[in-house]
Design a protein around this ligand. Structure first.
Ligand code: ADP
Ligand code: MG
Length: 395
């Protein structure tokens, strides 16, 4: 993959595909992690005298202009973090975009409006996507792919534009790919993966592939209940995906056959309802009362997981261990995060909610070797899939 060092950017218009898909509360950015992660590449380009044209998506406006998903607040925050003004185009490839780009001087930065206002961005029709890509590419002379969180999408700005312009990977994409390589090739052992989050169905592909690679697989979060049920235990009103039971039984068998230590919760925090202030108690994972739902892993499980992580050399963690958004059910997620922070292993956090949990719990982000900016993209990489955005950059 070519990097920024391979491009001569001075005085040229460089289109940067960034991932600026941050959570918003109205116009207030509630977590600017992805903007901060995008700054170094933009700064490097501006510092080398490029005219930097940033493009990105926000939310799912589905091909229509919807003010709720405007990137304008993001332009303001990006400007603060860069310490320089960011010109904002009120459309993606229209008059405003052309004029804004035209007005850029060397070292200046502009942000285009939400790519997903344009139906061509996400179209499944190659011709429709290609036509939009032509317009986007027409705004610049060079392309830098740095939106790691979107590289698993076959979208115009990710997949088609790099085919039309000389291109390179930005620093964020290079760093993320380097980490993922360490998780898939010549990985240092013991290699332990901790999976949690809501649904097992979101992570079937990654579990199947990881079972061929890891020494231990620790399962917590909502998905653990489908595993417990597959082992024949009742899970009360816990999150259960009954349609995945066969699949999960297959995973249990496969783990046994391959000698992978697949570790499930031994106790859970069981609540009477799904609420922050729900009455709750710790129960054995094999004895969840019929009227309760497991919202976190229990104290014995936290210790068990910590012991399984203690001698690890490589750890990948994706998905909270419980409903960390409620303080009463955040202890399991905190325990796993702290075990990783205290470990000498190469520790990687993947997943938007897992990264958000680290920040919400006030834990130090630099306590981990790496926190990925792209949950979906890292999971698809670990699943063994080809990511369109990376393939396009490699050509
Ligand atoms: P990530 O974004 O890190 O990949 P997911 O999106 O898969 O994680 O899952 C995150 C969600 O899973 C969180 O909102 C959390 O509240 C939820 N969750 C975790 N444990 C449980 C549980 N026991 N019951 C219901 N939801 C859970
Ligand atoms: Mg999530």
């Amino acid at each position: 993959m070519r990097t920024l060092d391979d491009l001569d950017v001075k005085g040229r218009r460089v289109l940067v595909r960034a991932d600026l898909n941050v959570p918003l509360d109205g116009e207030k950015i509630t977590d600017d992690g992805r903007i901060r992660a995008s700054v170094p590449t933009i700064q490097a380009l501006a510092g080398r005298g490029a005219k930097v044209v940033v493009c990105a998506h926000l939310g799912r406006p589905k091909g229509k202009v919807d003010p709720e998903y405007s990137l304008r607040p993001v332009a303001a925050r990006l400007g603060e973090l860069l310490g320089q003004d960011v010109a904002f185009a009120t459309d993606v490839v229209g008059d405003s975009a052309r004029q804004t780009v035209e007005a850029l001087q060397e070292g200046q930065v502009a942000l285009l409006e939400n790519l997903r206002y344009e139906p061509g961005e996400e179209s499944k029709d190659d011709a429709v996507r290609g036509a939009f890509a032509e317009k986007l590419a027409g705004l610049a002379e060079l392309y830098v792919g740095d939106g790691f969180g979107a590289v698993h999408r076959k979208h115009a700005s990710v997949y088609d534009v790099p085919k039309l312009l000389p291109h390179a990977a930005g620093g964020l994409v290079v760093a993320e790919v380097e980490v993922l390589r360490r998780l898939t090739e010549d990985t240092e052992r013991p290699y332990v993966v901790v999976l949690g989050g809501a649904k097992v169905s979101d992570k079937l592909g990654v579990i199947a592939n990881l079972l061929t690679k890891v020494d231990r697989l620790l399962i917590g979060g909502g998905m653990a209940y489908t595993f417990l049920k597959a082992q024949g235990h009742e899970v009360g009103r816990s999150l259960l995906q009954a349609d995945q039971l066969d699949q999960v039984r297959g995973f249990l068998a496969e783990a046994g056959k391959r000698g992978v230590d697949l570790v499930l919760p031994v106790d859970v925090v069981a609540a009477v309802t799904f609420a922050a202030d729900a009455e709750h108690e710790v129960v054995e994972a094999t004895a969840i009362p019929a009227d309760r739902e497991g919202l976190d892993i229990g104290p014995k499980t936290r210790e068990l997981f910590a012991s399984k992580l203690a001698d690890a050399k490589t750890v990948f963690w994706n998905g909270p261990m419980g409903v960390f958004e409620f303080d009463a059910f955040s202890g399991g997620t905190r325990a796993v995060a702290e075990a990783l922070i205290g470990s000498d292993a190469f520790t990687v956090v993947g997943g938007g909610d897992s990264a958000a949990a680290v920040r919400r719990l006030g834990l130090p982000e630099d306590g981990f070797s790496h926190i990925s900016t792209g949950g979906g993209a890292s999971l698809e990489y670990l699943e063994g899939k080809t990511l369109p955005g990376l393939a396009a950059l490699e050509d």
